[in-house]
Ligand binder design. Structure first.
Ligand code: HPA
Length: 240
């Protein structure tokens, strides 16, 4: 059965490279395509979820936004993995720091993504699923980080359904479990990758500190974003 185009992605499988970078924000997707890829062509813009395919150092790479939150990431990553023959998705996003040792603009590789969402309930598992990154993507990204001599933290993050959480005690409990930072998409991405037997990684930069209240300036965010994107692109071209 032909499963494309879908209601969300108006493209054909061959329009996408095997590796797709996914920022949350469609404007970031456009920025990456126009400034970091060669010959980028728009392959999707349903609902303004800009998707592009171009080349980086001569290899095909795609970039498409995920939107915010796990339902949105869930739709796009499911369709890319299952209907558009994509093998690897690298989320490139921001996160709020929970770990005191993290500084603004630090990079976190999400080795695991814990969650307060019910996303895993669809799989009807008799227990708790550990949503983890692809080891190869994680290792390749880490190798690149070592080569660039950029500080980074590798650990468990929280993919939260709440940006504004009425339970003000929630974060401290996650901190006690060693969670490094909060974001809103990685767990759904990792679960979809597991279920489709594909590969996923979330590379995050710390945009704000939940404990100290510090926030990055837009200039700091841009510089940190460029480092993160270079790491993601170098990781992308190391894949098959
Ligand atoms: N919460 C959730 N997601 C985020 C945050 C946050 O504080 N900062 C950046 N992404």
């Amino acid at each position: 059965m032909k499963n494309y185009p879908t209601a969300h992605i108006n493209a054909k499988p061959e329009d996408f490279a095997k590796t797709v970078l996914m920022p949350g924000d469609p404007l970031r997707s456009e920025y990456i395509a126009k400034n970091m890829l060669d010959g980028a062509v728009l392959v999707n813009n349903v609902r303004g979820i800009n998707g592009y395919t171009g080349t980086y150092k001569g290899k095909r790479v795609s970039v498409m936004a995920s939107g915010m939150g796990m339902p949105s990431m869930g739709i796009y990553s499911y369709e890319l993995f299952n209907f558009f023959d994509v093998d690897n998705i690298i989320r490139v996003g921001t996160a709020g720091a929970l770990d005191k040792s993290l500084k603004l603009c630090d990079i976190v590789l999400a080795m695991g993504a814990s969650t307060n969402s019910s996303y895993a309930s669809q799989f009807c598992l008799n227990g708790t699923f550990s949503a983890i990154a692809s080891y190869k993507l994680l290792r390749d990204a880490h190798d690149e980080i070592i080569q660039k001599n950029i500080p980074c933290c590798i650990g468990n993050v929280l993919s939260s359904d709440y940006f504004y959480n009425a339970d003000t005690t929630a974060n401290s409990k996650w901190i006690e479990m060693g969670i490094k930072c909060i974001e809103m998409e990685a767990a759904a991405l990792y679960m979809n990758a597991a279920r489709a037997n594909k590969n996923a990684l979330a590379i995050l930069t710390i945009s704000d500190h939940i404990i100290t209240g510090e926030q990055t300036t837009s200039h700091e965010r841009q510089t940190a974003f460029t480092d993160m994107m270079e790491i993601a692109l170098e990781t992308a071209i190391k894949q098959e």
